[in-house]
Design a protein around this ligand. Sequence first.
Ligand code: EPZ
Length: 423
Amino acid sequence: MERVLGVSVYVVEGGRTLSGEVRLQGSKNSALPILAATLLCRGECVLHNCPRLSDVEASLAILRYIGCTARREGSTVIVDTGSVTRFDIPTELMHRMRSSIIFLGAMIARFDRVRMSFPGGCELGPRPIDLHLSALREMGIEICEDHGELDCYIRDELHGARISLPIPSVGATENIMIAAATARGTTVISNAAREPEIVDLADFLNACGAKIHGAGESTVVIDGTERLSPAVHAMIPDRIVAATLMSAAAVTGSTIHFTGIIPSHLESVFPVFRDSGCEIDIDGKGVSISAPYRLTSPKLIRTMPYPGFPTDAQAPVMSMAAVADGMTVFVENMFLSRYSHVSELCRFGANIRVEGKVAVVDGVRQLLSANVRAYDLRGAAALVVAALCAKGRSEISGIEYLERGYEDMELVLSALGADIKKI
Ligand code: EPZ
């Protein structure tokens, strides 16, 4: 089923000040690996704070195709992996989301045999999976790559290994942790990714009976256990949605209070907003951001692996830099092409030049309404932020990209006073 792009459109009347309180949705990048990891258990896992997103729906479709049952009750998803019947994932389901590679570790640990197609590239450029494959091969998995198809089986047994990652890849770290949880022996991951979503996955797996130590640090140790049992788990809040809504507050001169937020997950993001003149107050219940009348540019933003500035926040924060007084230099170190939003921001009147992985933003006083198109998830978020501050009526197409990672964005923004409609 080829998705028809551009069918969902937002219409935004910009220039309004926002106010009020937001309870953050659960983290997309926690939900996806944890849903895959439920395959290690046999029985019913209960996952709270699981956001309603198209990427989550795609993961549930894969679990149902394999033979699991999955149902949603509000923000809780219940997955029963007791009876599974298939060990292949059809291309159509694999292509619905790039991160479906995260099912590889879980399925090989459950079935000893997996067939799936390469997740292929995505809007951010090529999405190689060489680190996933080389690590799983070191754990005793035979992987045949053939015309975009992966055919994997366990040679004699799934066993632990000492794995050193050249790049602290989030997905590779997750696939290894999941495959290692029930492998024979111990696995040590060096230069592991340290994202909060890695810790959340380890917390879920440990609740199921796994023995994972050091998640969140650069060295993670997993002592394989015979079998995992189902668990109840609540996802952490989505720190990238928080950064996005903070940008929306900043560009509209607003004050917004966030609840259900974990401030420590945003320690590399808060300074960017403070440097731009925003006040960030952390109180017992959450975090408040108050924007100044005129933003000043944050000067330099380099995306780095956690705990550095997150690449996923680069696009939404660029919309803030576009109307901040002064020049901001962005250096996108994580992905080859993550500037698809730049040409569209320039249609709003932003002054941005891109040279390779560097984007130079010269802040302007005012953005003007425009009709623009989204080409990837976080780029779509950047366009929504820009439209909120651009005077007049803007239309944004390609909103289906946004719905991969933002739950009911138009409802959340309308509740804060924005004039935004989905047509
Ligand atoms: C995760 O993607 C996130 N997705 C991404 O969020 C996020 O941008 C990224 O981590 C970086 O933080 C999910 O968690 C579902 P990586 P992932 O492996 O795991 C290269 C969003 O907007 N690499 O850490 O795919 C890769 O090309 C999404 O929510 C290899 O070379 O990211 C990239 O340059 C977008 N070989 C770098 O490592 C590999 O085998 C980091 O990628 C794997 C990765």
